[in-house]
Design a protein around this ligand. Structure first.
Ligand code: COA
Length: 176
């Protein structure tokens, strides 16, 4: 994966940066707050692949996270995207998506747009930040690699969304 500056987006108070081991507990807590409410899938503490995560921090505290997963069929998945509820609607989710999209693009040969996707219960959020709803059957590596063994598979309500192909650098983020 192409190296990028550790800090890429700085507004008045929010920093988007690569996660480090020190962020593991905070990421776990964020994900599990929403997983307990049935809004996203749980991840065990030792299942957090920290090198895949980016975080949003406000005054040094982790308030958001998201990860990238590169599948063998060339698709790239956004996973475990979460923003602390008390900061929802302030643009932090969009900042994280922008960074993850830039990162997925940087990992590919120049000019190749990533097949960046997510499976989500929040399709409206993803549509607002640059994705289209697509049939989920097209992500065959994900289906084979994850969904087939997921305990929630039989009752899965997640909707597939795919990056609409525009340059992620043009995704505007507002000041926090
Ligand atoms: C979904 C989530 C990541 C959004 O983060 P956020 O920081 O609140 O989102 P932003 O403020 O960047 O919102 C960007 C746009 O999406 C809209 N939006 C945010 N959440 C939305 C939702 N649940 N439904 C519809 N629109 C939503 C915002 O109003 C904003 O629209 P605007 O540009 O017209 O103002 C956050 O609410 C969250 O962590 N939810 C729980 C976990 C989850 O569902 N994760 C989804 C991936 S599985």
């Amino acid at each position: 994966m192409a190296a990028m500056a550790a800090v890429l987006e700085r507004t008045e108070k929010v920093t988007i940066r690569r996660a480090s081991d020190a962020d593991r507990d905070a990421i776990f807590d964020l994900i599990h707050t929403f997983a307990r409410a049935g809004e996203m899938l749980p991840v065990p503490l030792d299942g957090i692949s920290i090198e895949r995560f980016w975080v949003a921090a406000v005054d040094g505290a982790v308030v958001g996270c998201g990860a990238l997963w590169f599948w063998e069929d060339g698709t790239v998945e956004i996973r475990s995207l979460a923003v602390a509820a008390h900061l929802a609607g302030r643009g932090i989710g969009k900042m994280l998506v922008r960074q993850l999209a830039l990162e997925s693009q940087a990992a590919l040969p120049k000019g190749v747009m990533p097949q960046l996707f997510a499976l989500t219960l929040k399709p409206t959020f993803f549509i607002k930040v640059g994705f289209d709803v697509v049939p989920r059957g097209r992500f065959t590596a994900k289906e084979r690699g994850d969904c087939a063994t997921c305990p929630f598979h039989a009752h899965c309500r997640e909707i597939a969304v795919l990056w609409n192909g525009h340059d992620p650098a043009t995704l505007t983020v507002r000041d926090f």
